[in-house]
Design a protein around this ligand. Structure first.
Ligand code: ADP
Ligand code: ASP
Ligand code: MG
Length: 407
């Protein structure tokens, strides 16, 4: 008997009919002789609606209350799915993240899973129950509810697969797998049969929201192959695993294009160029748990320079409130923010040690008359920060340049 962890995203459980469809799929997996643990997201746009509700009460809601509020979305869908399974004669029990033994740190809205205590789930499975777990949430050692960051139900699923030593982790969503670019943006995009963890982690971290980056990290850490496939069809999907197939690498050194519009840029203008300034700015940001992405500092002229870095848009308010007083204290001229930017990235492990990819990317963008504001790279990725308005043109043009279109 195999133990399968499945995850169904928000659009897969958006209404009663869709929940019944998911229940049928789970019941089928059960009938085929498997034990099933299914993780669910909140129905449709529920999380956005809950955020909106909180913002109507308070512009910057109290973090602890905010996380409890957001966690309720997944609680609703998990209970409804358990009821739908019951109607099909399939015994099921819903569990919140806390009941399911997901223990996290206390960084509200971006909590990290510290450990999974699978005892309750195992007990339920032993009673022949199918277990439905509310995704995206956990509990601190103080019994406070936390959430794992937007898209975090994927991470719940992979963490449970690791904690339960499951045979398989399947992420079901509204597309048929991982594509060479967001299929909503590029009509000619092609589906990958397999992709390596490293490439998928770069794709996900740089905006391909089809899977949460931390889910990929956990998959790699515990060596769990992850299937990404459609909730609405039986087409095979994409396997995220140790390495991509060799022939794909030979065929094309760029595996995919990712884009991310959740980007804001902060520039500290006229910073004195002396030891200790970067620490003074970045230390408090790190302590506030704000992830900094691209950092650029120019060579100074007359001992004065500009320091630019990017953060997620939803961190901009917090980041500015930290950086502005520091910028003043180190006697810089001013602090400016821009939240109308986007990142576009080309990703491929085959690009390692191969010259010419950056040049081709920059040429393609220049042919589109797209201005590059910042550039960052890793061994297998090149990222440009551009104006948000031009994202679609950039992704489509790069998809063409790197010959990723369906043959
Ligand atoms: P779910 O609600 O199931 O978690 P998400 O909306 O989080 O689904 O993720 C699925 C979406 O990810 C797709 O609808 C697609 O628009 C987007 N996406 C972005 N990049 C890619 C990609 N490279 N391959 C597939 N989907 C992608
Ligand atoms: N419901 C949460 C969100 O919308 C978590 C998830 O769907 O994975 O981000
Ligand atoms: Mg998602």
């Amino acid at each position: 008997m195999a133990l399968i962890v499945q995850k169904y995203g928000g659009s897969s459980v958006a209404d009663a009919e869709k929940i019944k469809n998911v229940a049928r799929r789970i019941a089928k997996a059960k009938r085929e002789g498997n034990q099933v643990v299914a993780v669910v997201s909140a129905m449709g746009d529920t999380t956005d609606e809950l955020i909106h509700m909180a913002q109507q009460i308070s512009e910057h809601p109290e973090e602890r209350e905010f996380d409890v509020l957001l966690s309720t979305g997944e609680v609703i869908s998990s209970t409804l799915l358990a009821m739908a399974l019951g109607n099909l004669g399939c015994k099921a029990v819903s569990l919140t993240g806390a009941q399911a033994g997901i223990h996290t740190d206390s960084n509200y809205s971006r909590a990290r899973i510290l450990r999974v205590d699978p005892e309750r789930i195992t007990n339920e499975l032993n009673k022949d129950n199918t277990v439905i777990v509310a995704g995206f949430q956990g509990v601190t050692s103080n019994m406070d509810i936390t959430t794992l960051g937007r898209g975090g139900s994927d991470t719940t699923a992979v963490a449970l697969a690791a904690g339960l030593n499951a045979d398989m982790c399947q992420i079901y969503t509204d597309v048929e797998g991982i594509y060479t670019a967001d299929p909503r943006l590029v009509p000619q995009t092609s589906k990958l049969d397999r992709i390596g963890y490293e490439e998928m982690l770069e794709m996900a971290s740089y905006g391909a929201k089809v899977i949460h980056p931390r889910a990929v990290e956990l998959g790699e850490l515990y060596n769990i192959p992850i299937l990404v496939a459609s909730t609405f069809s039986d087409t095979p999907g994409t396997i995220i695993c140790k390495e991509a197939s060799m022939d794909m690498e030979v065929k094309n050194k760029v595996t995919g294009i990712a884009h991310d519009t959740n980007v804001a840029k902060i520039t500290v203008v006229g910073v004195p160029d002396r030891p200790g300034v970067a620490t003074a700015i970045f230390d408090p940001l790190a302590r506030a748990n704000i992830s900094i992405d691209t950092i650029v500092q120019n060579a100074s002229i007359g001992n004065i320079t500009d320091l630019t870095f990017t953060v997620a848009r939803n961190d901009l308010y917090k980041a500015m409130s930290i950086v502005e007083p520091v910028a003043k204290s180190v006697r810089s001229k001013q602090c400016v923010a821009d939240s109308t930017l986007a990142k576009i990235s080309i990703i491929g492990s085959g690009m390692q040690n191969t010259p010419g990819y950056a040049a081709r990317m920059f040429r393609t963008l220049s042919e589109q008359d797209i201005n590059i504001q910042l550039i960052t790279t890793s061994e297998i990725r090149i990222t440009c920060i551009i104006s948000e308005e031009r994202v679609k043109d950039a992704v489509r043009a790069l998809h063409k340049t790197f010959e990723l279109e369906i043959a």
